[in-house]
Design a protein around this ligand. Structure first.
Ligand code: MIC
Ligand code: SF4
Length: 646
């Protein structure tokens, strides 16, 4: 068996492990973050369970850390009190980004992790089966229910050779993205192997596992080997280590071979992570902002590398350099080693250990300015500046470019300034500083605990059953690769409304079509028609929940991203796939009739659509399993559970 099959089979609750068939797996650990967590705990509350049933659940606060009003602070109180009551560990704001802290303090080889954040696969570096999902799926896992998914295919990524100086794990994953694109990993798990793994440390593997999400992959996974053991030992958790490798005769659905010694530094151009070119090709472009951090590149190794390059140098006068360490552990380590002082002397703006600029929580770039970031996403407008020009690269490329003021190929910089590449090596420390004092264990006496709820925390809206037949209008037609940032934008202003669905729903599609929510409200909802890979990107269930609140009943698309499709089903919105021809023929504004939708969902794989104006009849596929059909018919997962008394 390959590693993916080993982990799935050891957690299989039901289903058969044939690619594309529905499987249910038991979940050992969950993680939530504040921007998705408030909903997840509100949903958990409705299940009437007094204590989580997982081996471990952790609630992190890392996204909404700007407190420009009471909303975020109230959410933090809600999350902390809910965690205490329900038996969940609470990582306080300032303790770090969920994925970085989870890797350091909680990840365990061989276990499953479900997280309400799309970069949960970061823990795949620790040989966990780590999957991102909507808050409701995570709430179900906390209630002891298995996670339902289609058995993924496995893509084996074989790495050979050793990285050259100036090239890093980020360049490997950018190469994977170049090859697979943002759609190529949908329905797949990326399983890494090959001799090239030997020298890649757990934090470097985490960079790759993290950004497998951008390929649309369900997860990424690495073996548990000597590197895994060394990392756990340095985290004082060696007893958590077990060896897990693929069997020599393991089979995979696909293989990709990458000779990492021939890789050069890569960069993702605006505004998609798969728009990859070599840094050489873009070198010389003036940059105004450089941001180092985010869950993909904020480990101790990443920050130390940047600090080594910046030591004794100055940030270019035209550049604003920000550095956000991934965790308090990283910050404490760079503080102790003096690297923090090197960064400050160079002129870096050191931000708190949080998502920060990655999710538009401050640091929106200036109009027209090129922003070079070590992040994982550069979707248009995500930075907070509508016409942003965000490039994604490694911390090495970011640091040298911050000094020169233009996109710079590290090799050219090293040559020009005679930097010895050996000086840039960063080894995994023997011991990390262990200080769990900002992780609050749950209360033993949960009954006494009262959950604190601020005025912005509104009850969950619920939907009624799906109608037997429907006649409604296409109120928006969009193209391919629509992201959840397009559907439900983030950023400091909108993120503070995550606990208030009526308020946040005003912003649905606001960046594409500011009239959308008004049109949906006056017309009593409608349909969205989209191209391929609809809903790529984040796990935010608000991208389903808020459209549901506005009365959207159906999304017609050429194809869907996995997490978003699950979220639509969870909230009773029917995801239907249409061919390119049908997509071309239906227009925004078309009135569409679904004469027998209720019956067809149960009895057929196709749904009939009737275009009222043209008189054309089309077919769309629903691809729902029997269980999913029941959920959509019931008007969403919460209604389904109530009805079936799960
Ligand atoms: C993101 O990177 O887009 C986020 C913000 O972390 C999201 C979660 C959210 O929207 O709260 C994700 O990746 O799932
Ligand atoms: Fe936070 Fe950015 Fe990572 Fe999302 S991608 S979890 S916003 S750091």
């Amino acid at each position: 068996m390959n590693i993916t099959q080993k982990l799935i089979s050891s957690h299989l609750v039901s289903g058969s492990m044939k690619t594309g068939q529905e499987v249910a797996i038991s979940i050992d650990q969950t993680l939530t973050q504040d921007a998705t967590g408030t909903m997840a705990y509100l949903e958990f509350e409705t299940m009437g369970i007094s204590r989580v049933k997982t081996k471990l659940s952790v609630s992190y606060v890392d996204h909404n850390t700007l407190q420009t009003g009471f909303e975020n602070a109230d959410d933090h109180r809600f999350l902390q009190t809910a965690a205490s009551k329900y038996g969940v560990y609470f990582s306080k704001p300032g303790n770090g980004i969920s994925h970085q802290v989870h890797l350091e303090r909680f990840s365990k080889p061989g276990q499953t992790l479900l997280g309400s954040d799309s970069h949960t696969p970061n823990a795949g570096a620790m040989c966990m089966l780590a999957v991102g999902a909507g808050g409701l799926s995570v709430a179900m896992a906390m209630a002891g229910e298995p996670f339902w998914s289609l058995m993924p295919r496995t893509i084996r990524i074989i790495l050979a050779g050793k990285l050259k100086a100036g090239v890093s794990a980020k360049d490997i994953i950018l190469e994977v993205l170049r090859q697979l694109t943002v759609k190529g990993g949908v329905g797949a798990i990326l399983e890494y192997g090959g001799k090239g793994l030997k020298d890649l440390t757990v934090p470097e593997r985490a960079t790759m596992a993290n950004m497998g999400t951008e390929c649309g992959a369900t997860s990424s996974i690495f073996p548990s080997d000597g590197q895994t053991r060394s990392f756990l030992k340095a985290q004082k958790r060696e007893t958590d280590w077990i060896a897990i490798t693929a069997d020599p005769d393991a089979l995979y659905d696909e293989e990709i071979y990458i000779s990492i010694d021939s890789l050069e530094p890569l960069i993702a151009m605006p505004s998609s992570p798969d728009n990859v070119k070599s840094v050489r090709e873009t070198a010389g472009l003036p940059v105004k902002q450089v941001c180092i951090g985010s869950c993909v590149n904020s480990s101790l190794t990443d920050i130390m590398l940047a600090a080594k390059i910046l030591k004794g140098k100055k940030v270019h006068p035209d550049v604003s350099l920000t550095v956000s360490p991934g965790s308090r552990q990283v910050l404490q380590m760079i503080s102790k080693s003096g690297a923090l002082s090197d960064l400050l002397s160079a002129g870096a703006r050191v931000l708190e250990c949080a998502c920060g600029p990655c999710i538009g929580m401050g640091q929106a770039p200036a109009t027209g300015a090129v922003s070079l970031r070590t992040f994982n996403r550069n979707f248009k407008g995500r930075s907070g500046t509508p016409d942003d020009r965000v490039y994604l690269c490694s911390p090495i490329t970011a640091a040298v470019s911050a000094i020169t003021g233009e996109i710079t190929n590290p090799a050219d910089y090293f040559k020009k300034f005679k930097v010895k590449s050996l000086k840039l090596k960063v080894k995994l420390p023997q011991k990390y500083i262990i200080d769990n004092s900002m992780i609050i264990p749950p209360s033993e006496e949960s009954r006494k605990f009262k959950i604190e709820r601020g005025p912005n925390i509104k009850p969950l809206p619920v939907k009624g059953k799906l109608e037997e037949s429907l006649k409604t209008r296409v109120i928006l037609k969009v193209g391919d690769n629509i992201t959840t940032d397009d559907i439900m934008p983030a950023g400091a202003k909108i993120l503070s409304l995550r606990s208030n669905v009526p308020a946040i729903s005003e912003y649905v599609f606001s960046r594409i079509d500011p009239m959308f929510s008004g049109r949906a409200k006056t017309g009593g909802g409608g349909i969205v028609l989209a191209g391929a890979n609809y809903g790529q990107g984040s796990s935010r269930e608000h991208a389903a929940l808020a459209p549901m609140y506005l009365g959207i009943k159906i999304i017609l698309a050429k194809s869907f991203a996995r997490i978003h499709r699950d979220n639509l089903i969870n909230f009773g919105i029917l995801p239907l796939t249409v061919s390119s021809d049908v997509y071309d023929l239906i227009e925004q504004g078309s009135e569409i009739e679904f004469p027998e939708i209720g019956k067809e969902i149960k009895e057929s794989s196709d749904i009939t659509l009737f275009d009222v104006k043209t008189g054309n009849t089309y077919k769309a596929g629903h691809g729902l399993t029997a269980r999913q059909s029941e959920i959509v018919l019931a008007g969403g997962l919460l209604n389904y559970i109530r009805a079936s008394n799960v």
